[in-house]
Design a protein around this ligand. Structure first.
Ligand SMILES: Nc1ncnc2c1ncn2[C@@H]1O[C@H](COP(=O)(O)OP(=O)(O)OP(=O)(O)O)[C@@H](O)[C@H]1O
Length: 213
């Protein structure tokens, strides 16, 4: 595979719930070192699409091909109230089969919540839980990263840190897909797609930093 080959190739993906179509033929290519956004209204089918791309939900039709390690940050956090931040890192370290927590601790620092390392999740704020949710998706250095509303609950400072981190991941060669119902950050993306009427369409920039959504 050359570096230009997509690490995620999606063709004609369809999905409906109880006869009601949500995705009507979604196609997309994502290559290493690309940072791509998908926006759409509430209920447009963004989470459905992401779950299909992650292999968590079966499509009714179409093709999804993925190469490399996957990292996924779902909209609902995968955390347990009773365990600490560090215990979560240890569980995921075992699940991913990684030898050290160096990268995880670097990410805690990067998102400014190292002080909560020994805190139970039940005692964390919503934004801090989301930071942990994000770190769990990133700590094994995935080649394909799927993020569903990754900055929900973040304060402004953390929001900016998130985008710095996303740019770094892209520079490291990771292929990053960010799903959101907001599209204020088109200038930070290589491509912004809009999910509407069950298909993806590339949006056009109307002015720097704003997408025509
Ligand atoms: N398990 C399910 N059973 C039935 N309908 C579902 C199910 N999951 C999602 N839907 C419906 O499919 C449509 C798309 O939902 P989805 O969660 O993918 O949208 P979304 O774009 O992620 O929305 P939001 O921005 O609100 O998160 C919605 O109308 C939703 O009600």
């Amino acid at each position: 595979m050359s570096s230009l080959d997509p690490v995620l190739r999606v063709r004609g993906v369809r999905k409906g719930y109880r006869q009601r179509p949500v995705l009507r033929g979604v196609s997309l290519d994502l290559s290493a070192g690309q940072l791509v956004g998908v926006v759409g209204e509430n209920g447009a089918g963004k989470s459905t699409l992401l779950r299909i791309l992650a292999g968590d939900l079966v499509a009714d039709g179409g093709v999804v091909e993925r190469a490399g390690l996957l990292g996924c940050c779902p909209q609902d956090t995968v955390l347990h109230q009773a365990f600490t931040v560090e215990q979560h890192l240890q569980f995921f370290q075992a699940a991913y089969g990684i030898s050290s927590l160096t990268r995880s601790l670097e990410l805690l620092e990067r998102l400014n919540f190292s002080d909560y390392r020994h805190e139970r999740v039940g005692a964390l704020s919503g934004g801090t839980r989301q930071k942990l949710n994000l770190v769990l998706a990133l700590m094994h250095d995935p080649q394909v990263l799927l993020l569903d509303e990754p900055y929900q609950g973040f304060d402004w400072e953390t929001y900016l840190r998130f985008w710095d981190l996303a740019a770094d991941l892209r520079d490291r060669g990771c292929a990053v897909l960010v799903v959101s119902h907001l599209a204020y950050d088109a200038s930070r993306l290589d491509t912004l797609y809009r999910l509407e009427a069950g298909v993806l369409q590339e949006t056009e920039q109307t002015e720097p930093g704003r997408a025509a959504v």
